[in-house]
Design a protein around this ligand. Sequence first.
Ligand SMILES: [Zn+2]
Length: 390
Amino acid sequence: MKHNICPNCKHNDIEEFFVIPNAPVHSLVTIKDYQEAIAIPKKEISLAFCNNCGFIFNSSFDTSLDYYTQGYEDQQGFSPTFVKFITGLSQRFIDKYDIKNKEVIEIGCGKGDFISLISELGNNKGIGIDPAWVPGRSKVNPNVRFIKEFYSEKHGDLQADCIVCRHTLEHIHDTHNFLKIIRKSIKNNDKVVLFFEVPSIVRILEIQAFWDIFYEHSTYMSPGSLARLFRINGFEVLDMYLEYDNQYLFIEAKPVAEMSDKIHPLEESVEELKKLTVEFVNKIKVQLGNWREKLVMFKEQNKKVVIWGGGSKSVGFLTQFNDIGVIEHVVDINPHMNGNYIPGIGKQYVNPDYLSTYKPDVVIVMNSVYMEEIRKMLNEMGVNPEMLGL
Ligand SMILES: [Zn+2]
């Protein structure tokens, strides 16, 4: 059944603009068995645009599936590039709002890396909430505790000076209700600062980054639609910015008693975003065609091609091209992914070390931000393949 109202603003003036017919419903669920991996259902992703608020979402998203409680591997902290980025970003945020000796809640804390980091850097007390949390996977800090549950209204009594939510909102279909629950929990404490991070749909549309469209992401936010979501739920936007090669969109906000009319310069209008969706539709066929041509050529030349960077981007990429059969392995630096099978695709993750004997001819890097880090690792193994970055 399709969702025919906008999850952000609840209007029904929505239209579909892009469809991926057979996307595996999971990306990061941990699977140890090939048969189990290929048995993961594939469903349609239908990107829809709300003409009222500019929100983009998968109107075919199945809200009845269990995505997060059966083993979920999403830890990014194994890359030195990422650790440097997240540490710098956290320190800037702490200094900007004086988040020191405060209470911080993180909704969707994953394995707990970020809540541990922000608690350590600012001497804060932290609470991390996530059904996919696993004990022992982040640095032990007596000031941090975890609740292995989905965030809901029942957590409304937890009071905090700062509420953090990174890479979680895009997994939630009913974004309006989610923000409403958070706003309700804050009551009239106007000192609370919110800090949210989501992927930016603007970059996906501008460069036709089809690998960033996958089933686990139900919603796709732009600066404009994200800010509008916060405003209609009783928040004022304090700041917004893009990081990590414009891939990640950040919003900082505070609760207000009356609807804010402050517009941030980064916000685009509904019309501007709509124009980007039209351009995306015009260009995406060429982008997919070029990649297919390249991969078929590698196959004909008997080249050994691997993907570097597991997780959702590799699922998004292979959803389009797995039928060609040229990519044999997917490498990931997270040791907890080693040996797991990719949902719906059936490829098994290997450690970077594997490439020292496999000696690939081509490495397709799923996130160009890591290009230099990966090149260095490969060179240290004595491997010097052609490298293509997304
Ligand atoms: Zn809307």
